[in-house]
Design a binder for this molecule. Structure first.
Ligand code: ZN
Ligand code: ZN
Length: 82
């Protein structure tokens, strides 16, 4: 089983190794926090929980800013729904 960061889509073999590394797409700023576990299942496509934009991977979904982000339009990236 693989574990993914919900902010950047980084894949890790364990939650411990995922949580040990800084996240370059953390909402507080690049590398201002650790990767955070995506708690949903692996899917063939991921949809943003704020706007419904779909992408084939968490990394490609979270690469783009979200026009319906709770902090304001394009103030954060898409986040995958569970
Ligand atoms: Zn991350
Ligand atoms: Zn979005």
């Amino acid at each position: 089983m693989n574990y993914y960061c919900k902010y950047c889509g980084t894949k890790a073999a364990s939650i411990a190794s995922l949580a040990a590394s800084p996240c370059f797409r953390h909402p507080a700023g690049a590398n201002k926090g650790k990767h955070t576990l995506y708690q949903g299942d692996e899917k063939s496509k991921y949809e943003c929980q704020y706007c419904g934009t779909a992408a084939p991977s968490i990394s490609s979904l979270t690469a783009s800013p979200c026009f319906r982000h709770p902090l304001g339009p394009n103030k954060g990236h898409h986040e995958p729904a569970l």
